[in-house]
Design a protein around this ligand. Sequence first.
Ligand SMILES: Nc1ncnc2c1ncn2[C@@H]1O[C@H](COP(=O)(O)OP(=O)(O)O)[C@@H](O)[C@H]1O
Ligand SMILES: [Mg+2]
Length: 374
Amino acid sequence: MSIQITAEHVVKKFDKETTVIPDLSLVIKEGELFTLLGPSGCGKTTFLRMLAGFYPLDGGHIYFGERRIDCVPVHERNIGMVFQNYAIFPHMTTAQNVEYGLKQRKVDKALRNKKVKEILETVRMEEYADRLPAKLSGGQQQRIALARAIVIRPDVLLMDEPLSNLDAKLRIEMRSTIREIQKQSCGGITTVYVTHDQEEALAISDRIAVINKGVIQQVDTPRRIYQYPANIFVATFIGFSNLFHGTVRIQDGKKQVQIGDCLLPVLRLGNNVQDGQKVIVSMRADDFTCVSEGGIWCKIKSDTFLGQNMNYAVEFENKIAVETEDGNELVESVRTARHFYRQGERICIMPDAEKLNVFTDDGGTSLMDRGDDT
Ligand SMILES: Nc1ncnc2c1ncn2[C@@H]1O[C@H](COP(=O)(O)OP(=O)(O)O)[C@@H](O)[C@H]1O
Ligand SMILES: [Mg+2]
């Protein structure tokens, strides 16, 4: 049976000076694959370990369904866990590894055999039932870890960077395996998935919480996180965004944003903006067209050929870009590009106005009317 997870004002400090999680509230819906995404050290594992019961809370409460569980010991929480290092027993075969949790729960032999067989079919490992882990690939070992976690029919499945030890191709393949199995099992096991890999998060999740320094920045579907980031942290952490200094211009009720000399009609700019307001505008690296004049001028610093795309590191003129560590970047599809630009060349771009996002001057809040549609 799948359940809802509720965190209310959860606090974690490891010592008096450092608060890793200052005040985290969150609802994870029944049966959803929910991802905690954020840079290394932002507190993802810490929160997951609190859900599992390995760390006590320094404030707040956690509920599984109606039941408050922050005072319940680990083994009474009915949780399945999969971690980066698979933690499967090296001296046990695939089947024995999967059977282990059922044995501990004193499930009788016939039922154990039936369940192990079913689960191994689900993770497509039935032909390796009698193998030892040393004779299996990383991906296969991770499938066993997954099988072992779900065979006990957990209320909640917790996964902490489960794919980070696998090579790139296998990581992509395992994403869909995990998603398939998570949705198939018991009508969808409520799953909390931790990753620092934004592409993985976009690919696998029903919803994502973007976290920075223990604070949730945005909770949304992958598409909304990408299209309508809540602040410039999200806009630059999920996919690349160029950031510009801009000014709101409202004429005859028409809302525009001015970047340098370029006026852009931003249709979904919210109603709470004022004429002359200073803002930060974000533009995805490929949301522009090249024009001969009237746009924003920049100079090509270098190019990188990436097969489908050509990436250009660029420098915008007249200090209109917000200075960031990542610099500025434009991407053109190789298939549609009319010609490639050379280092040192000046080009003029016109951003796709309807794809821009506009934020307060400090970058902390989106000024877009983000609506409810996905
Ligand atoms: N057991 C611990 N004792 C002290 N500090 C810890 C402990 N575990 C994690 N931290 C600190 O808490 C912060 C968050 O860590 P963690 O939750 O592991 O981050 P993430 O999983 O997002 O990379 C880090 O600064 C880390 O050094
Ligand atoms: Mg971690």
